[in-house]
Write a protein that binds this ligand. Structure first.
Ligand code: F6P
Length: 326
């Protein structure tokens, strides 16, 4: 039987589409199983500042389709300090919270892992980041929506690239991960995809653009923001120096990739993960992340999820980039 009576839920780090469906699932699953649910505003900052409120099933009505997070989010430096952790613990204890669910990325999990090693409150993590850079889950919340947003942008840029016979360098988010770049590049028909996980041979890119028996008049190159050669502007400049005949343009997609209504995939994933996280707390689990492996929800150790030991890019997608762009 569950020893948990009252749980708190928060979103932390960069927001990701799908967080709201996930919050909804946590709140309604918790209430269904007889738990009280507390919403924490602004992530760990809200724990420290005691910015929390009691939620009921109607607190999460009409939010499934919304991007962002109704709980708001923050990147909280104070939670890295012992004094911050202690304040958070006292505030949770004063409210009789005996279980915590955190939705976020690796920074969020690092904080959660540390907190739950020091204090006696079980913690379950839910992978919520557009970067898809957590291990133990094939997909993170928000990645699918963000990738769709990039593909939509690519389609539009392709129209104008074609009309003017231009070469576009499009920079996409992902921090140190090339997941968005790779998927969006395949789906959007990119000429080349520059990824942090792969050594980029600029010379090779230049050769490909220069030669080619059937030279293209317009092209799109995706640059992941973490690529080691610098940002899209640096790369575009180098390419222009070597292939002056190209009319080169750069677009940085930036934070628009973080917004928007979650895709059906992210809504379902958020619902599954929120439900599973509550069940995990009820089952007495702690320091675990709920994730999607294949098509089943599985638990992974929180510290495994942030250890970055696994190469997450699909090899078959990598192999086909050059082939599909001949
Ligand atoms: O982690 C999500 C993410 O959007 C990364 O892709 C990006 O590098 C970073 O957050 C941007 O952070 P901020 O919104 O704090 O500028």
């Amino acid at each position: 039987m569950s020893k948990v009576n009252k749980i708190a839920v928060l979103t932390s780090g960069g927001d990701a589409p799908g967080m709201n469906p996930c919050i909804r699932a946590v709140v309604r699953t918790g209430i269904y199983f007889g738990l009280q649910v507390v919403g924490v505003k602004q992530g760990y900052q809200g724990l420290i500042n005691n910015n929390m409120y009691d939620m009921n099933e109607r607190s999460v009505s009409n939010i499934l389709h919304l991007g962002g997070t109704i709980l708001k989010t923050a990147r909280c430096m104070e939670f890295k300090e012992e004094s911050g952790l202690e304040k958070a613990y006292k505030n949770l204890k004063n409210r009789d919270v005996d279980g915590l669910i955190v939705i976020g990325g690796d920074g969020t999990f690092t904080g959660a892992e540390r907190f739950s090693r020091i204090y006696d409150i079980p913690v379950i993590g839910i992978p919520g980041t557009i970067d898809n850079d957590l291990y133990g889950s094939d997909f993170t919340l928000g990645f699918d929506t963000a990738t769709n947003t990039v593909v939509e942008a690519l389609d539009k840029i392709r129209d104008t690239a074609d009309a003017h016979d231009r070469l576009f360098f499009i920079e996409v988010m992902g921090r140190d991960s090339g997941c968005i770049a790779l998927r969006a590049g395949i789906a959007g028909g990119a000429e080349a995809i520059l990824l942090p996980e792969k050594e980029t041979a600029i010379e090779e890119l230049i050769e490909n653009l220069k030669s080619g028996s059937n030279k293209k008049t317009s092209s799109i190159v995706i640059v992941a923001e973490g690529d080691k050669n610098g940002g899209a502007y640096d790369i575009a400049k180098k390419v222009k120096e070597h292939v002056p005949s190209y009319d080169v343009k750069v677009t940085i997609l930036g934070h628009l990739q973080r917004g928007g209504s979650p895709s059906s995939f992210d809504r379902v994933l958020g619902s599954r993960l929120g439900y599973a996280a509550v069940r995990a707390l009820i089952n007495g689990e702690t320091r675990k992340m709920v994730g999607l492996k294949g098509n089943t929800i599985q638990l992974a150790e929180l510290d495994e999820a942030i250890s970055h030991h696994e190469f997450k890019l699909e090899q078959d997608l990598l192999d086909m980039v050059d082939i599909l762009s001949i």
